[in-house]
Design a protein around this ligand. Structure first.
Ligand SMILES: *Cc1c(COP(=O)(O)O)cnc(C)c1O
Length: 395
C-alpha cells in the first residue's frame, strides 16, 4: 500500500505516517537518509524523458532530495496543504519567500511584534526598493491606513512573540483579499496541531521548523506550506538562491515530526497549568497566555485555535534586577534564545533579543525590563511549577 500524501484523520496518525511511502528502500521501516549530492541517469534518453517532463527523476541536490521530499509531504499533510517546501533555517524561508514574491517598487505591511530578524529583513530590503509599514497586530484601522496602491502582502505571526497576540484570521483574510493583498503567516508558535491557517484562506504558511516541528533543539530548518503553484514558483526561486536543507537535517525533522502531536498536546496542557499558576502568584504582575481569559485575544484564540501553545510570557512584579534574579533562581530550564523543544527554555527578552536597544527603545515596542518568556518543554509540569515557585520566592 502506498500511503504517500494520503490524508489521515488524526494528527498523531499524520505525524507518524503522513507523507511516507509504506514500502521503503531495503524493506527499511524508517525512511532512509539519501546522502547524495547528485543523481544518475541510465542514458541520455532518460535525460530527454526527464527534461520533457515525461519521467520523474531527481537531478541534482540543490533541486531536491528524496529524504527532503518525505519531510515536505509529512508537513503538507499536517498543515492540510497542497505542497510544502523546506529551507535550511526559518529565516531562509522568510527571506526567500519575500524576495520571490515582491519586486522593486512594491510595498508590504508587517505586524509589529513579529520575529526581530524578520522585521530587520523588511528594513533591509529597502535597498532593493521594497518598502514596509509596521502596524500593531489586530489594529484594522491602522492596517487600512497603511495600505498603498503598491501594497502586495500582509505578513503576520500568530501567536506573536513575546506577547502572544492572536491575529483574527477570520477577519484578516477577507479584509486582505477584498483589497487584493496576499496574507502570509509565520505560524511557528501555533504549529499545525493548534492552528491550520490555510483553512482560513491564508495564502502561505511559514514555520521556523527549528522550533516545534523538529522539536528537539538539535536542528535548524524552515518551511513554507501552501497551494501547489505558489510553492512551485518559490521552489524555482530557491533552486537559484540555493538555500536548501541537507538530507540529514530532513531525516532529523521527519524523526522529530513523528511525535509532534504528542509533544504539542503535552506542551499545551503544561503551559496552561503554568499560566494559571503564575496568574495566581502575587510576585507576578501580568501573564500573557492566549489560553487565559485575561488575555486580550482570548476570544479570538478560542475561536481559532485548538490549543494555545507552549510559550508563556509574564511580567515579574519588580524591575530588571528582580527578573534577572528570578531567571537565575530557576533550576530546570536552560537560559537560551529558542523555544518549542523538549527542554524548557527561559529567556529575558530585554537582555537576549533586544539587548542592543535602550530601555526607552525597548519600552516603545512593549519589551519591559521585567518580562520573562518561558518556553515549556515536556518535563513533568508539577516539577516545573515547583521550580518556578521556589525561584519566585527567592526574589
Ligand atoms: C525562530 C523564529 C524564526 C527564525 O527561524 P530560524 O529557524 O531561527 O531561522 C522566525 N519566526 C519565528 C516566529 C521564530 O520563532
Amino acid at each position: 500500500m502506498n500511503s504517500e500524501k494520503k490524508d489521515f484523520k488524526g494528527f498523531s496518525t499524520s505525524s507518524v505516517h503522513g507523507g511516507e511511502q509504506r514500502e521503503k528502500y531495503a524493506q527499511s521501516l524508517t525512511n532512509p537518509i539519501v546522502q547524495t549530492a547528485t543523481y544518475v541517469f541510465d542514458d541520455l534518453d532518460e535525460v530527454d524523458a526527464y527534461t520533457a517532463g515525461e519521467r520523474q527523476h531527481f537531478e541534482y541536490g540543490r533541486y531536491g532530495n528524496p529524504t527532503q521530499k518525505v519531510a515536505e509531504n509529512k508537513i503538507a499533510a499536517l498543515e492540510g496543504a497542497e505542497a510544502a517546501l523546506l529551507f535550511p533555517t526559518g529565516m531562509s524561508a522568510v527571506t526567500t519567500v519575500l524576495l520571490a514574491m515582491l519586486r522593486s517598487g512594491q510595498h508590504l505591511i508587517i505586524m509589529e511584534d513579529c520575529y526581530r530578524k524578520t522585521t530587520q529583513f523588511c528594513n533591509l530590503v529597502k535597498k532593493f526598493g521594497i518598502e514596509s509599514t509596521f502596524v500593531p497586530p489586530g489594529d484594522f484601522a491602522k492596517l487600512e491606513e497603511a495600505i498603498q496602491p503598491n501594497t502586495r502582502i500582509i505578513l503576520t505571526e500568530s501567536p506573536t512573540n513575546p506577547h502572544l497576540h492572536v491575529v483574527d484570521l477570520e477577519k484578516l483574510v477577507p479584509f486582505a483579499h477584498q483589497r487584493r493583498l496576499k496574507v502570509l503567516i509565520d505560524s511557528t508558535f501555533a504549529t499545525p496541531i493548534n492552528q491550520r491557517p490555510l483553512e482560513f484562506g491564508v495564502d502561505l504558511v511559514i514555520h521556523s521548523a527549528t522550533k516545534y516541528l523538529a522539536g528537539h533543539n538539535d536542528l535548524m530548518a524552515g518551511c513554507i506550506c501552501g497551494p501547489g503553484p505558489l510553492v512551485a514558483a518559490i521552489r524555482d526561486f530557491q533552486k537559484v538562491t540555493g538555500g536548501i536543507i541537507e538530507p540529514h537535517g530532513a531525516f532529523l525533522l521527519i524523526r522529530g515530526l513523528k511525535t509532534l502531536a504528542l509533544r504539542v498536546g503535552q506542551q499545551n496542557k503544561s503551559a496552561q497549568d503554568i499560566a494559571q499558576y503564575l496568574e495566581g502568584n502575587e510576585k507576578v504582575r501580568q501573564v500573557y497566555y492566549p489560553g487565559l481569559a485575561s488575555h486580550v485575544d482570548y476570544q479570538v484564540a478560542l475561536a481559532q485555535m485548538k490549543g494555545f501553545g507552549g510559550v508563556v510570557s509574564f511580567d515579574i512584579d519588580g524591575d530588571l534586577e528582580r527578573a534577572r534574579r528570578f531567571i537565575h533562581n530557576l533550576k530546570i530550564p536552560f537560559i537560551a534564545p529558542s523555544l518549542g523543544g523538549v527542554e524548557t527554555l527561559v529567556s529575558h527578552p530585554a537582555s537576549v533579543s533586544y539587548y542592543d536597544l535602550s530601555r526607552e527603545g525597548r519600552l516603545a515596542i512593549g519589551i519591559k525590563d521585567e518580562l520573562v518568556r518561558y518556553s515549556v518543554g515536556i518535563e513533568d509540569v508539577d516539577e516545573l511549577i515547583e521550580d518556578i515557585d521556589q525561584a519566585l520566592k527567592g526574589i
